[in-house]
Ligand binder design. Structure first.
Ligand code: PHE
Length: 450
């Protein structure tokens, strides 16, 4: 993402790029389906709490680490541990991030490939006046075909790697400036459409926002926390890598708040679109990863101008996915290329190729490998998703908050956050020392005792 000087041209560009990283499939595809699988209200409230109490402090911490280290996450952690007289073992944060990044990129590309395929289907008018049964069977047939999933996975990964290989200069910066507002506009339009025509808007809202105590389980809170990390791109160094290119004068805390708020709005809007459609068409909220790929074609297929709006929508989803995928691969690519043994382009191709291979397992887990389980009861795709989002990211989050809260040199910390008033700095340190790591730990503990 760095231009030739290795620096974002302004704070706004950083916020846009980081928001581009945060806003992606996690908001539009994963948030609604995981909410649906976990009963709605309780999950959404736990998710919002995790964003505010755990996510925001950790986002600030990651940007601080990135900007203070000014290198790839692995090297930044080495440098900062040394400058803080801390154990060099803290670089584990960077290594875990690279591993998590591989796992995430591998399945992310498979699902983003679905969005790319749906863009073409939309343009072909395949969904015009479709009903729910046909929309479901179209999706089933699509994911049932290994060739097609591999084709689209390859297409998406190639697109991503071509961009990252070039180091993404101004081109992407400009594109993000136009496309993020475009996505936002279409989401709002769809919310109005869902409100006006589904007849089930309130039911959708009720599902999302009223907690039903019987749905409360340690598990769903645990999954809500994983979702919070995933959607904010935290715990694996993506935001740290982007922070490394942030000009010294830009405010970190306010940037983090903007990114977090934007990301949350996009997720909630997606739910407010998808659930009314789900209830209006007797679909199952717990249908799993296909939720968006059945409900949205139904909506577009039955609205005026749906072919155009639908195509635009999937184009923007694909774009949102690319801006996220780029950031997922950035920690590994930055690390490989800063050693100068490989060029930026060669590093990008290598990382992309390895993630592509791993992704084949996820692509096949929807068809010929659907009986195969890696973790108990979890397909290859489910296992990758679970291990990265629910284990590696929160664990990375604990380490990041402990390092910044307890070990990072106080001078470094306060010089990075020179713009924040001292009471805020104190509360940030308090939450990084106790609240965030304690919260993550508690949620994990709750899952294992329940
Ligand atoms: N936040 C991205 C999304 O919601 C995914 C992501 C995860 C990006 C981890 C970077 C790091 O789609």
């Amino acid at each position: 993402m760095n231009n030739s000087s290795g620096m974002w041209s302004s704070r706004l560009i950083f916020v846009l790029a980081a928001a581009g990283s945060a806003v992606g499939l996690g908001n539009i595809w994963r948030f609604p389906y995981v909410t649906g699988e976990n009963g709605g209200g309780v999950f959404v409230i736990a998710y919002l709490l995790c964003i505010a109490v755990i996510g925001l402090p950790i986002m600030i911490a990651e940007i601080v680490l990135g900007r203070a280290g000014r290198s790839s996450p692995i090297s930044s952690m080495q440098i900062l541990a040394r400058r803080s007289y801390a154990n060099s073992g803290w670089q584990l944060i960077g290594w875990m991030g690279v591993i998590a990044g591989f796992m995430i990129l591998s399945f992310y590309s498979v699902i983003a490939g679905w969005a790319l395929a749906y863009l073409i289907k939309m343009m072909q008018g395949l969904f015009v006046e479709i009903d729910s049964v046909a929309a479901e069977s179209l999706f089933e047939n699509f994911i049932g075909s290994p060739q097609r999933l591999i084709f689209w996975h390859t297409a998406f990964m190639s697109l991503t790697i071509i961009i990252t290989a070039r180091g993404v200069g101004r081109g992407l910066e400009k594109a993000v400036k136009f496309l993020m507002p475009g996505l936002f506009f279409l989401l709002v339009l769809l919310v109005f459409w869902a409100a006006a025509t589904s007849g089930h808007f309130l039911e959708g809202l009720d599902f999302m926002f009223s907690p039903k105590p019987e749905d409360f389980s340690g598990d769903s809170v645990f999954l809500a926390m994983g979702q919070a990390f995933f959607t904010l791109s935290l715990g694996m160094g993506a935001i740290m890598a982007y922070g490394a290119y942030l000009p010294q004068s830009s405010g970190i805390a306010s940037s983090a708040l903007t990114i977090g708020v934007l990301d949350t709005i996009v997720a909630l809007l997606s739910g407010m679109i998808i659930f009314p459609i789900v209830f209006a068409n007797q679909l199952e909220p717990s249908a799993g990863p296909g939720l968006m790929f059945v409900s949205l074609p139904l909506a577009f297929g039955n609205m005026l101008g749906g072919q155009i709006f639908g195509s635009l929508f999937f184009l923007l989803v694909t774009f949102a996915a690319i801006t996220s995928a780029i950031s997922i691969s950035e920690p590994a690519i930055a690390w490989l290329s800063e050693k100068r043994r490989l060029s930026r382009a060669a590093s990008a191709y290598l990382i992309g190729f390895l993630a592509w291979i791993l992704g084949l397992g996820s692509a096949l887990s929807f068809n010929i490998m659907n009986e195969f389980t890696l973790l108990p009861d979890k397909t290859f795709f489910d296992s990758m998703d679970f291990l990265s989002n629910n284990i590696l990211l929160p664990f990375g989050g604990i380490l990041i908050s402990l390092f910044v809260g307890w070990r990072l040199d106080k001078e470094i910390l306060s010089s990075q956050l020179s713009e924040v008033p001292s009471w805020l700095l104190k509360s940030l340190v308090f939450s990084l020392r106790f609240v965030a790591p304690g919260g993550i730990f508690l949620v994990i503990a709750m899952t294992f005792v329940s």
